[in-house]
Design a protein. Sequence first.
Length: 167
Amino acid sequence: MRASLSAFAAAIAFAACSAGADAAASCSMTLPATINVGNYDPTILNSSVTVTFGLSYTCDPGASASNLSISASIGAYSSGATFDKRNMKAGGADSLNYWLYPPGYSVTPHSSANVWGDGSSTSRVWGPFAPVNGTVYNGTGSLQVDGNQDVAGGSYSDSVVFTMSFV
C-alpha cells in the first residue's frame, strides 16, 4: 500500500548581531518560505528523497561586517537535543525524519554528517564570511528525507529559524 504524503519545511530568517565592531552591520537572508519535498513513498526501502533550494544573503552598503555565520535552529519538532535528525509532523503522532544541509556541504545518505545546525559538535554553519557590503551572495542548501519510514499519509511540516551572527 502506498501512502501519499507531502512534506515541506518552513524557513524563517533573522539577523542577529553580537556586540563588537560588527554590531553596526545590517544583513539579511532570503530563502524560500517553504521547501516542498513532494510525494514520499514509504514503501520504497532505503530510498531517500533529496531536494535542493536556493538562498542568498547580503549586508547593507557601508556597514562593517566580518565573520558572518548563518546557523539553523533544531526546529519546532526536534528529535532530541542534537541536530542528528529533524522531524516533520502531521496532525497525528507520526514523525518524518529529515536532515538539512548548508551550502557547500554534501548530502550523506542515512547519516548526520554535515548537517546544518548551530555549529556545535558535528553540526555545520554557512560561513564564516567577510561579505563585501551590498553584494548578494547565493548558495544552494539541501533537505533529505530518510527512506523507509512507515508513516501515515498527509502533509508533514517543520519550522526552522535561521540566525545570522557575527562571531
